[in-house]
Every structure is written in C-alpha cells, then in structure tokens.
Ligand binder design. Structure first.
Ligand code: F6R
Length: 385
C-alpha cells in the first residue's frame, strides 16, 4: 500500500531510515547502544586506553563469523544496473582496506567470465536475486571452481538458493521499478561485509573503518535529516526543462554519479549521464552547454579536484548543482545551487548524496507526470539474458 504517498518510489525513498535500521540491526558492535565508537582525541584515547570498538570485532555477521573468508585470495563482483553501482562502491571500500576486487557487469561476465580458482570469491549483488545475467555469471563462476556469495534482498531467491553463501540486505519489499531503498541497504551491507573481508583476507582494521562503522550505526537518523530537507524540489523548479543532465563524482562519488544518472533517465525519460569527474575532459566536455546542468557529488575526499571540474563546466556556461556537506562553504559558494547533506564520513556522505539525487529524479519525473513506479520498457526484475 502506498499510504499517503502518490508513488511507491516516494514511499520507498522515505522508508530508507527503517530499511537501513533493519539492514544493520545486530550487525555492528558498538560500545553502548547508540553511542558513537571511541576515536582519537577522546578521553579514553588520551588516557592511553585501547582505541577500539569494544568486543572482538567491529561487525558481527551471524552468517559470517570471523575467519569465514580466510581462504579467499581474490574477489570479484558481478551485478547489473543499480546493483552494479553498489558493487563499484563495495570495490572501493575494499581497496581502501588493502583488498583488491574487480567489478563486472553481469551481462558481460556471463559471456566472457574472468578467470577464477577455488580461492576466488564471486559476489553477486542482486536485489531480486533473479536477474538472469547475474545468475548466469554466478553459475559460470561456480563451474570454474569459485566460491559464490549472493548479496540480496530476497530470502529464498534463486541467487540465495544457488550460491554457497548468502547475505540478506533486509530492506523490506521494494515495489517501485526504480531501486532506491535497496541501493542504500546494499551499500550499508557492503560496508559491513567489506569489514569482515578486510579482517579475514588482509588482517586489516583501521581507525577509519571503525569510524565508518560508527557512522553506519547512526545512518538511519542521518538519512532522515536529508529526507527532511526540501532543497531537491527547489532545485528541480530551477532546472527542469533542459537538454541533458550530467552527474559527476570521484572515488565513491563516481558510482553515486552513475546511479544518480540512471535513476534520472529511467523515471524522467530525460537524457542523463554519469561520469567520473576526471573523465570529462576526455570527451564529454564537448556536450556541456548552458542547457546541460551538471550535478557534482562531493564526499569530502578529492574536493579540490572535483571543484576544478566544476569550474571547467561553469566556464562553458553549465549550471552546477553541488551535492555537498552543509559545512563546506567553499563548494557551496562556488556552485550555482546546493543540495546539502550532514557532515559525515566520506563513504557515508556518498549514501546521503544519493538520497538527494533520488529526490531530484523523483521530483522531475513527478513534474513531467511520468508513470514513476512503472517506467516504459522496464521490469522490476530482468529474468531474460
Ligand atoms: C534501476 C534498477 C535496475 C536493477 C537491475 C538489477 O533502478 O532497478 O537497474 O538494479 O535490473 O536488478 P537486481 O538488483 O534485482 O539484480
């Protein structure tokens, strides 16, 4: 039931705090319920106490106790669409913890799989657990001897049944064709899984990852703060009848830029593309005009570099909408409009920025009177290759 909302998509965007609370419930060891984890500069740190998440571990994943992945020496992600963007985010979280992973579009991997052996873990990221290309990729990987893991929302789905391991994102049912709350729950789940993998595979833990876990534990409230904003609607009023919409970002903001563009094109039917910010000058800049708004996603990392890309497109007359931390005056003063997010760890900021972009896509589609929950030519789960 849509309740007070006009569309399931809008309802599901609003459900993200609840979905995220379910995703993380019982999976993060914190010092005290709801208390931020002790970090540098705290009283405990200055006393010389160990600065760590109490308990043996930062994450407690019932399905994956410590050591579960001790034999893994290579990691591959296979996924489609929004789930592919979540996988790219997961790959970056792992890289920052010293674990290398590769991410493949499942439609390609199914045709030409990457080499695997029995130390390879192949993770299928799939909300429905029924996407044909992803299932086929997982089957090909298993034939090659790899261990397979389904990261999915649907208990009892084909992916969950066929893979060696499954982790459920627990977002609750998603009806709208456009994936929204499941993307947020996928990336939060990947934050937890990356922590387990990093400790098992690379024996890596860091203050930075503890900080991320602490902020993941309060993500439901932080996302609620973004949802309470009305900026997305105001921005849409200013920039809704343009030629094309571009989305740029670096690091974890790159998959968010691609996801922002995918959501935008699929429900508004307007042309939208997402780019790695540094890629602009290698071609896409030729498309930039005063009629192509550019959404620039800032997470707190690589700010100066992304700002210089912002100036490049502004010099061609493009209006820039920055998605940026509310305390980043330099960016806010440079861009033409800002969608602000609470100050957060960069990997959390990416999730918050994505929520703002979901709202932008929704409001433009609503203004254009599109059939938001069932866009033309698209199906919720793509069961043909
Ligand atoms: C976009 C969208 C699709 C799916 C893709 C994979 O909003 O919903 O791009 O993300 O079809 O679906 P799953 O995750 O079910 O494998």
């Amino acid at each position: 039931e849509k309740g007070r909302y006009d569309h399931f998509m809008r309802k599901e965007i609003s459900e993200q705090p609840t979905a995220l609370a379910q995703t993380i419930e019982g999976r993060i060891d914190a010092s005290e319920e709801g208390e931020p984890i002790v970090t540098d500069g705290s009283e405990a740190a200055s006393r010389g106490d160990s600065v760590s998440t109490p308990g043996a571990d930062g994450v407690s994943l019932e399905e994956f106790p410590p050591g579960t992945f001790a034999d893994v020496s290579a990691i591959q992600f296979v996924a489609c669409g929004t789930s592919y963007h979540a996988a790219l985010y997961g790959q970056q979280l792992l890289a920052r913890r010293g674990v290398s992973a590769q991410t493949f579009r499942a439609g390609e991997y199914a045709m030409s799989p990457a080499p695997v052996d029995d130390d390879t873990l192949v993770i299928g990221v799939t909300q429905s657990g029924e996407t044909a290309d992803t299932l086929e990729s997982l089957r090909r990987a298993a034939e090659g001897g790899a261990r397979t893991l389904a990261l999915t929302n649907v208990v009892g789905s084909t992916a969950a049944r066929e893979c060696d391991d499954a982790m459920f994102i627990r977002a609750g049912p998603e009806i709208g064709v456009a994936a929204t709350k499941t993307f947020s729950s996928q990336v939060a789940s990947l934050g937890l899984l990356a922590e387990r993998l990093a400790r098992d595979v690379a024996d890596s833990e860091s203050e930075d990852s503890r900080q991320l876990l602490a902020e993941l534990s309060t993500l439901p409230e932080t996302v609620q703060r973004v949802l309470d904003e009305t900026q997305a609607m105001e921005v849409v009023d200013r920039y809704r009848a343009m030629d094309s919409y571009f989305f740029i970002g670096r690091g974890v903001a790159h998959p968010v830029a691609m996801e922002g563009a995918l959501k935008f094109k699929e429900i508004t039917y307007e042309h939208a593309e997402g780019f790695a910010a540094g890629q602009l000058k290698h071609g896409p800049l030729a498309l930039v005009t005063p009629n192509t708004p550019v959404f620039a996603v800032f997470t707190g990392r690589h700010t100066d570099k992304t700002l210089s890309n912002v100036r490049e497109v502004q010099a061609r007359g493009a209006p820039v909408i920055g998605v940026v931390s509310e305390d980043n005056r330099e960016v806010i003063d440079t861009v033409d409009a800002a969608l602000t997010i609470p100050e957060a760890h960069p990997d959390v900021a990416a999730v918050l920025a994505n929520v703002q972009l979901q709202l932008v896509a929704y409001h433009v589609a609503d203004y254009l009177d599109r059939p938001i929950d069932k866009p033309r030519n698209l199906a919720k789960s793509v069961t043909v290759e």
